[in-house]
Write a protein that binds this ligand. Structure first.
Ligand SMILES: Cc1ncc(COP(=O)(O)O)c(C=O)c1O
Length: 466
């Protein structure tokens, strides 16, 4: 047996996901199919909990997985059982967190342009509201008055890392300090200080702490150190204006590198990331040092983290089966292996020539490659998923597994060509359960509305050209 990662292994020709043969899952549940491993998710979560708890003894460490990365209610219920909070964006995700059984006080309602409805819902639930603008503070005050209950808020900061010149892995020509200022999220620093008088002593507002989220601009420790330090320095400026205030929570958001380090969306790839344990140590040390710099003790401060890709990325695979193989032997010899999946289910698009996924011939893993093929997806796009790659002789029904699809892939699937989107299965040991149904064609058209005048038998208008 050959181990690939915590949940995947090879036995002879076969890929196994925990105790189950991938090709059997494909047969039983149908393809294309997303498959998640419960034991892998539990394992990753434990790594986050241990890595940060080992270095932040001052207070609680609370893991608040980002709902957007893996928005499945069953997964959320599992994370809730494992005492996680939840970062949500918008009313849909907030509802998902509620259905997923998250302790309401540990839901963090993030995102820009929150309206009065979501703020009221968050106040009624007793959730944390992460403010993105002065307007949201006013909405909180108004809604808290109406609800007769204080709004529990964090201020989302936009720290400026003045001395940091490191460039972004997303856009290598730009510096991270510029991008974190350029991108919309967070309260503009110039507006932040002007909000404080409305918070100070306001019975409708309970200022719990501060929040930052940088995103996966870099895996370098110096970037995390600067980010945390400048967050705390800005928090120090807030504390100076609110002398009786002490933060209960510092939330440093997500943006941690995935364990597989095979992200599909960053331009700069392939350099070694420090381990999560090393990053955790750097973050906690920087936090402690910066707090000392502003004359504040960390004692009792809860450290919140919102991993998305880092937590979920390598817990999932995408299974697809060969639909057909076409051969051209004239002009330009070529073989096309037509898969039943698509770039539109995989959050990629355009003429990629190489989809950014590792893959395994899941029932032919030990077979010697004998062909050079293009593996293509099923829509009317060119769908060059894997261009001129080595393969064993493949036939209709063979299964291919794309790895590291546990985060941000399933929620980005679209209905191009009126294709129903794939369902998801959760594997735990030798057990597999459908946790999101395959979409049906009826569901694809379920939002269409036919005005009365276009209903009934079609009455064809006489053509001018006839
Ligand atoms: C506020 C917030 N927290 C956490 C995350 C998760 O980020 P990642 O998946 O990079 O860890 C995001 C992603 O956009 C976010 O906006």
């Amino acid at each position: 047996m050959q181990t690939i990662n915590h949940s995947l292994s090879l036995k002879g020709d076969d890929l196994y996901i925990e105790g189950l043969r991938a090709a059997d899952l494909a047969e039983r549940f149908g393809t294309p199919l997303f498959v998640l491993s419960e034991s892998h998710l539990r394992h990753n979560l434990q790594r986050y909990q241990h890595a940060f708890a080992a270095h932040w003894g001052e207070g609680e460490v609370r893991i608040m997985p980002a709902f957007k990365a893996c928005p499945l209610v069953a997964v959320r219920r599992l994370l809730s059982q494992l005492s996680c909070g939840c970062d949500v964006f918008g009313p849909g995700e907030l509802e998902g967190a509620v259905r997923g059984g998250v302790t309401p006080a540990h839901i963090s309602v993030n995102g820009s342009i929150k309206d009065a409805n979501i703020i009221r819902r968050a106040i009624d639930l007793g959730a944390q509201i992460v403010l993105d603008s002065p307007r949201e503070l006013q909405l909180c005050i108004e809604q808290a008055k109406l609800a007769g209950r204080a709004a529990r808020i964090l201020l989302r900061l936009k720290p400026f890392m003045a001395e940091l010149e490191t460039h972004s892995d997303f856009v290598p020509e730009l510096q991270i300090r510029e991008m974190t200022q350029m991108i919309k999220y967070g309260i503009p620093t110039s507006e932040l200080m002007a909000m404080l008088p409305s918070i100070d002593g306001n019975p409708h507002i309970d200022l719990l702490g501060v929040h930052v989220h940088m995103g996966r601009h870099s895996k370098k420790t110096e970037v995390w150190q600067a980010w945390v330090r400048h967050c705390v320095l800005l928090m120090g400026e807030i504390a100076a204006k609110l002398p009786s205030w002490r933060p209960q929570i510092i939330d440093i958001g997500g943006g941690f590198a995935s364990f597989s380090d095979r992200d599909t969306d960053v331009a700069v790839q392939g350099y070694e990331a420090p381990s999560l344990e090393q990053i955790a140590e750097q973050i906690c040390t920087s936090l402690r040092t910066a707090l000392a710099e502003i004359g504040m003790s960390g004692q009792g401060i809860c450290l919140e983290l919102e991993p998305g890709r880092g937590l979920h990325g390598d817990t999932g695979v995408h299974l697809t089966r060969v639909h057909n193989v076409k051969h051209e032997s004239q002009h330009r010899p070529r073989q096309w292996v037509e898969l039943d999946t698509s770039e539109v289910f995989l959050a990629i698009g355009g003429l990629n020539f190489s989809a950014p996924f590792d893959y395994i011939y899941a029932n032919r893993a030990a077979a010697e490659p004998s062909e050079t093929v293009d593996m293509v997806g099923q829509t009317c796009n060119a769908e060059l998923l894997f261009h001129q790659v080595a393969a064993p002789q493949l036939a209709a029904g063979d299964t291919v597994a794309l790895l590291n699809t546990g985060a941000y892939i399933e929620p980005m699937a679209t209905n191009f060509n009126a294709l129903p989107r794939p369902g998801t299965v959760l594997v735990s040991g030798a057990q597999a359960e459908m946790i999101k149904q395959h979409e049906s064609v009826n569901e694809v058209f379920s939002r269409d509305v036919i005005p009365e005048r276009l209903q009934g038998d079609i009455v064809r208008e006489v053509s001018n050209h006839g």
